[in-house]
Design a protein around this ligand. Structure first.
Ligand code: TGC
Ligand code: FAD
Length: 393
């Protein structure tokens, strides 16, 4: 079977809805992934290795904090940023995860809630990839319900002392700075965000091994035991659970675009394979109605998902996107991508389970993407709350 090379997916003339700048950004990211990630990703996935060598080249293309203004950031529109996320996840969800965390969960909160000194210290270095960050919200006993967190901070002179455990933290052990969400005892347990340099005494990060998903991404548990930070490490604009949830809006939006990328990769591979693979009377399997039904389902869902996330992106660019809009896009597009991965795997038969093709890797990755940043069911409840006004969590 000849090697299958991605050709792009555009059934409904979606490209015509994009501006020239948007297409340029998308094509640049697409070429980067084709040249730099595609040749190494299967080896990284097998070895459980994060391709750190791509950190700097991605910084040079302006991928980190791409939609932020100032501090060396690229100042892209939300649609342009989304198209970058789509292309990164077309390569691998783990790489998109890394960029999502660095951008939406580390640089965004510093930009939105940080002091001017914090912004000057961290944003240019994070943008250049000279420093890496992670986002610690989830705890061993509090995932969907982060409001229950046990991590606490209390004031001691001109310092805060932090204690707690964070779990399932992307980039945890490679980060220079961790955004740690903690309840502040001196403020009636109000949730606040702290910048914690990871070389501070009492801070440790241990990688989670044995993942069948996002193998090219680092995932760690964090432990904070009497970690002391100066009071200027508190992000002054944070206050309440709303602050970390605002960061999640940014990351969930990128994931919704990423789902389209992973689905495109699977669909295009399955389509090309079905035209090459022959069974019965020397006919390509694409000639069978049952194969065509799968392809028709996928191209329909991918086309709908493209339009959904573009509309959410346009609303976001106008400052009108609401959290429940983003929930709809994340929930639908990740589910759609996982279904496309399963159908595509089926079309490839036995070859579908081998890593000569990207499909099984995408399928395994998407199991995490369906769970993190709010599970599929939590997003169902967010949409349900929005339309009924009733909280069913
Ligand atoms: P609730 O009482 O509803 O809300 C508390 C306050 O927050 C406000 N709010 C939001 N604000 C901005 N954006 C949103 N999306 C918001 N959702 C709620 C809300 O209005 C309220 O404000 P105020 O002013 O009244 O205080 O909070 P709740 O405790 O009932 O929880 C609501 C729920 C379940 C939706 C929320 O907890 C939730 O989203 N849970 C899911 C947790 C989650 O997504 N965790 C993600 C961790 S990070 C991660 O997974 C990174 S993966 C990274 C990668 O590798 O890509
Ligand atoms: P739980 O909350 O225990 O949920 C288990 C099941 O119960 C789910 O099906 C859920 O939908 C369901 N459920 C829960 N509550 C309800 C309800 N009220 N009604 C109906 N069903 C419900 N977190 C971070 O903070 N930072 C990171 O960088 C990060 N990276 C991650 C990377 C990976 C690879 C993974 C897998 C996770 C990561 N997470 C991160 C954690 C992620 O956000 C959580 O896993 C997610 O929020 C779900 O929490 P949980 O796993 O504890 O599941």
């Amino acid at each position: 079977m000849p090697a299958i090379k991605f050709r792009g997916v555009d059934f409904l003339e979606f490209d015509k809805l994009l501006s020239e700048d948007e297409r340029l950004v998308r094509n640049t990211a697409r070429q980067f992934i084709e040249d730099n990630l595609v040749p190494i990703i299967e080896e990284c996935n097998r070895a459980g290795r994060f391709p750190k060598e791509l950190v700097k080249p991605m910084a040079d293309l302006g991928f980190y904090g791409a939609s932020l203004q100032g501090y060396g950031c690229a100042g892209m529109s939300n649609v342009e940023y989304g198209l970058v996320m789509q292309e990164l996840e077309r390569g691998d969800s783990g790489i998109r995860s890394f960029v999502s965390v660095q951008s939406a969960l580390v640089m965004y909160p510093i930009h939105a809630f940080g002091s001017e000194q914090q912004k000057q210290t961290w944003l240019p270095a994070l943008q250049k990839g000279e420093k890496l960050g992670c986002f610690g919200l989830t705890e061993p006993d509090f995932g969907s319900n982060p409001g229950g967190m046990r991590t606490r901070a209390h004031k001691s002179g001109k310092e805060y002392v932090l204690n707690g455990e964070k779990m399932w933290i992307t980039s945890g052990s490679i980060a220079d700075v961790a955004i740690i969400w903690a309840k502040v005892q001196d403020e009636d347990d109000r949730v606040r965000g702290f910048l914690v340099e990871t070389d501070r005494p009492g801070f440790s990060a241990e990688d989670i091994h044995g993942k069948w998903s996002l193998r090219a991404s680092v995932t760690s548990g964090l432990s904070l035991q009497d970690v002391r930070v100066p009071e200027c490490n508190l992000m002054p604009g944070t206050g309440g659970l709303k602050s970390p949830l605002m960061c999640l809006n940014q990351a969930r939006y990128g994931i919704a675009w990423g789902g389209v990328g992973a689905a495109m990769a699977c669909y295009d591979c399955a389509l090309q394979y079905s035209l090459l693979r022959k069974q019965f009377r020397d006919q390509p399997i694409a000639s069978h109605q049952l194969i065509q039904e799968k392809l028709a389902w996928m191209i329909t869902e991918i086309s709908k998902a493209q339009l959904l996330v573009l509309q959410v992106g346009r609303l976001k660019d106008q400052g009108k996107a609401k959290p429940h809009h983003i929930s709809m896009a994340k929930r639908n597009n990740v589910w759609m991508a996982l279904e496309c991965a399963r159908l595509s795997r089926d079309i490839l038969g036995a070859n579908g389970v081998a890593d000569d093709y990207p499909i099984m890797r995408h399928m395994m990755n998407l199991e995490s993407v369906k769970t993190y940043e709010g599970t599929h069911d939590i997003h169902t409840l967010i949409i349900g709350q929005s339309v009924t006004g009733i909280d069913a969590f």
